[in-house]
Ligand binder design. Sequence first.
Ligand code: BGC
Length: 512
Amino acid sequence: MVGGLSTMESKEYPGKLTPFVVLTCLVAATGGLIVGYDIGISGGVTSMDPFLMKFFPSLYRKEKQNQSSNQYCTFDSQILTTCTSSLYLAALVASFFASSVTRIFGRRWSMLAGGVSFLVGAALNGAAQDVFMLIFGRILLGIGVGFIGQSVPLYLSEMAPAKLRGMLNITCQLMITIGIFSANLINYGVSKIEAGWGWRLSLALAAVPATIITIGSLFLPDTPNSLIERGHDEKAKEILRKIRGTDDILEEYSDLVAAGKDSKKTRHPWINIVKRKYRPHLTMAILIPFFQQLTGINVIMFYAPVLFKTLGFGSNTSLMSAVIIGLVNVCATFVSIGTVDRLGRRLLFLQGGFQMLACQIILGTLIAIKFGTTGEGTIPKTYAAFMVLFICIYVAGFAWSWGPLGGTLVPSEIFPLEIRSAGQSINVSVNMLFTFVVAQTFLPMLCHFKFGLFYFFAGWVIVMTIFIALFLPETKNVPIEKMILVWKAHWFWNKFIPDKNEHVSTKEMAMI
Ligand code: BGC
């Protein structure tokens, strides 16, 4: 079966969705705010003249004196892109350290570390006097993003009851989109401050979400899985009773203990994850975030204002368009929240893929018609409005498919406990690496590939959609510690999974 287990074979433990689990998940998911705030803030800030004048005066002069009519190349500046993307390199490195903290000390300590680092980074950026302070601040923000991105999705997937895991996990992506949207709004608001210090406010306000997650993590309980992994079995039972709202937790508890046994034996998750039996997991941990970034989403998220300026929009309209796109991103994420545990992961991935593909082809063609290969031309208002519309449809497609599913949900639910923390680190680092690559290469690529850049990303969307159709099993409603069953039932991956497994009874294996 290409899609994995049927719903008949998925499993339910007793218990309900308690207010306690909703509250803890909401607090943890605010970690997503800091990730999103940063994604949304940099593009807008770097399109503000006072910011450019202070930190990148030569670029500012170049932009003002730009006599060239080639619109594709106006913003091509190495130092600007390096500043934007330095954060993602820091996050990449940090997520590997986060893996050990998350595993050895528990999920919440990683969240706390992430919050504190982000807080200091925000202060440095708001007060920045020169490029070095700016970049140093961004590195601290990056460390925060690495720790939060590594721990929050795991936390959510482990706290949630299996049948609502998709919904609860996606609250993290929802917070990312709210973070991006708030940043777009704030950029739009502060750009109106005449005195020119608005960018400081934009950057310093990152401290607000950082404070929430920092304080929040001090009060959050750790997940039952992590408590068992660290030998606190009684505490794990107590938390499990509380989050499931029932005393009837024995079945789930013993499954978690069985999953924990393997994990305790595993001293080196990094060596473990390359074993043959984890090949499906490793492949997904690498390819899913890689593909997610190759949808080209961050071209829009980082550079929407710059891109619109390039296309001839005024500064104000550019920032406003970014706000509209940010709002579509938030609203469309709700579609995913409402459907992912019913329609399943695969259907959303495939539908979203087709939608993004159609929009990219249309957008590339619209730009080609107006700017051709020379980059010369201007676009009329209605034409520009159409472009914004197709960007919105593209973003919506991403926001109910690759955004939540590729960003946090699928990678955080497919790993067995013994490699979960390491697997999630790989996911975050690959995501950050390719976020970095896209951020770093977009402006030069636009200058060289021109409108073809949209076709380039469209090509990748075709590849990833075929990949999902063939290789991703359906994981909806499957308890996280029984995930092995979906691989065993898959036409391609089954040969990698041994017939005997401690997490699953022979009866369950035989049912496949
Ligand atoms: C991605 C980010 C992206 C965001 C957009 C996340 O899942 O990892 O790179 O900017 O979605 O909403």
